[in-house]
Design a protein around this ligand. Sequence first.
Ligand code: TXA
Ligand code: MG
Length: 372
Amino acid sequence: IDGSLPTITDLETERNLLEAAKIIRETDDTVGFPTETVYGLGGSSLNDRSVLNIYKAKNRPSDNPLISHISSIDQLNRKIYGQAQVSDVFQNIPTVYRNLIDKLWPGPLTILLPVPRVSTLSKLTTADQPTFAVRIPSNPVARALIALSDTPIAAPSANRSTRPSPTLVAHVYHDLKGRIPLILDGGACTVGVESTVVDGLVDPPLLLRPGGFTWERIREMGGDDWSNCKVENNKTIAAGEKVRTPGMKYRHYSPQAKVVLFSPHISDSASLSQRLDNVKAAIEHHTQGIRKYALLSTLLFPDDLITDPRCIHKSLGKTSSDIQTNLFAMLREVDELEEVDLILVEGIDEEGEGLAVMNRLKKAASNNVTLF
Ligand code: TXA
Ligand code: MG
């Protein structure tokens, strides 16, 4: 992770990157930009007014802290810790993170670090938490933007608060047009869900948000400390209690249409055809009086499950990683372009990518889940 710049080969890309970098470095404004996970809405992590403008453009509550995106560990030392000369580039990073960083950065992994005693970070970036979140994205446009501005970039997903995260530039434009001066178009995001957020400062270490790297991968790659990493269970948080990942308490990932999630019940002894008959009956019940609805299927629902002219049937994909990549774009497609009134989704087992996929789908469905 040497922080060297990707080679920029065409003049238009160079001009657009320089313009975006200038906005980050020299103004209080924000820009939309691609990452490998989802599009981000970025502003300087070091500038209160930039961070306020992020919250304002998104309509996001400001007690929800932001991830700072850096292009190298050298930049972290210089810009957040104010150390131009370091004897060990890892001196500000607890050893618990060493293996994960060696193997998974740059990439969709966000770690928590203690806020330094003398900190350049805007307090609004951290929402006054004792820790701050940081990651090095692997998307070359994101890396170039951060390196060219030489500024840690605070960036939540570039959607209006509560909406599904954007994985295409058109999604960012749809939600934020007229509210931000510039969006960099880097094509479709390959990962499709946000980064995995981990906290290695507690014992045992916690997975705070399932994301682009699976829980299995974190346990496998992290070394001894991470082999017993637990998944934070946000369901048990009582009202008023201080949450470890403030973002997890808000309504999230919601299309305008109501979402109903069908969740496979692996240990069910009934045959698949019996289970699918139950699904059909439940769909009939949910779609009474509905003008137009979508059925997003995954692994078990057959193409001919529903023959109803009101139904738009689409496949989210046939592998968990394809399903993850397509998830947000498909929710937006049927919601914003097809304008359906109801979205029925076939869930998957919560293994591998399934944990992040089901985490997002349960929120989109406000826990309106039917087992099948
Ligand atoms: O993939 C991603 O992470 C995307 C792209 C743009 O990089 N960004 C993103 O940011 O998803 P956002 O703001 O939507 O989610 C940040 C998550 C929230 O759940 C927030 O509560 C948590 O990280 N977080 C940030 N700082 C934290 C802290 N100090 N302690 C605990 N959780 C924190
Ligand atoms: Mg978000």
